[in-house]
Design a protein around this ligand. Structure first.
Ligand SMILES: C[S@@+](CC[C@H](N)C(=O)[O-])C[C@H]1O[C@@H](n2cnc3c(N)ncnc32)[C@H](O)[C@@H]1O
Length: 228
């Protein structure tokens, strides 16, 4: 079956960049911020020296992988778009890419320490959200961590970028409380979330301000996470 993102394999990066051009941010800046905040969550939940085995669900063209591959002992990645996976595999080495249908993940129960999905859930039909979360939780070992990064629908600039993004036509945005609620329903413990991408700078003072405001729904995106 042809997937929406098969069409965007080649232009994926340009389409995303065009949708956020008005903010002055680069796609690279946003991607690095996501890698950094995931590392913070891993350090907080799995220990500062942790180098977990990880699964990226809905990896797209694997833009994040060059920034985060070295933080993991093993990195596997799946997507429903084979065109995206082919591009990801050409761009990155040391990542195990696999296609799947969007239903059952092709991995054993408890195979990973950490699994994450970035900007994927808003493309999944709402009726499938809980099943998607439960399936991610299934492949994480007890004590491991599930992490979701999503657009913050309470941020008007995020809403604008979603309206400008061609492949977000089908998007149903979830507020952080909804994602956290799904995690609780999926049986995750110590569920928490925080907002980020508030400041257009990665300098230490900007990051400190962002951390101070992380509980307020100002950031363009949020990270929600829970322990299996
Ligand atoms: C906006 S892109 C995000 C890609 C990547 N996570 C990133 O942040 O660059 C959404 C991705 O989710 C994938 N996708 C959509 N539904 C999915 C599902 N049910 N399971 C896994 N991936 C899915 C799409 O094919 C697409 O590659």
């Amino acid at each position: 079956m042809t997937q929406l993102f098969d069409t965007y394999g080649k232009e994926y990066r340009d389409v995303v960049q065009a949708s956020i051009d008005f903010s002055g941010l680069s796609y690279e800046f946003v991607t690095v911020a996501k890698a950094d905040i995931m590392r913070e969550v891993i350090a907080a939940r799995l220990g500062p020296e942790a180098k977990p085995s990880a699964l990226d669900v809905g990896c797209g063209i694997g833009v994040l992988h060059r920034y985060i591959r070295d933080s993991f002992a093993r990195l596997c990645a799946v997507d429903v778009s084979t065109a995206c996976l082919e591009q990801a595999a050409r761009a990155n080495s040391g990542v195990e890419y696999r296609a799947y249908t969007g239903a059952e993940l092709p991995f054993a129960t408890g195979e990973f320490d950490f699994a994450y999905a970035i900007c994927v859930l808003h493309h999944v039909p709402p009726a499938d959200w809980l099943g998607f979360m439960r399936e991610m939780a299934r492949v994480i070992r007890p004590g491991g961590v599930l992490c979701i990064i999503e657009h913050n629908p309470l941020n008007p600039l995020t809403q604008l970028s979603v309206r400008r993004c061609e492949f977000d036509r089908d998007a149903v945005l979830l507020p952080a409380w909804r994602t956290a609620g799904l995690m609780v329903q999926a049986g995750l413990k110590m569920v928490d979330s925080r907002y980020f991408l508030l400041m257009p700078s990665a300098a230490a003072p900007a990051r400190a301000i962002e951390r101070g405001l992380a509980r307020l729904p100002f950031g363009a995106q949020y990270i929600a996470y829970g322990t299996v």
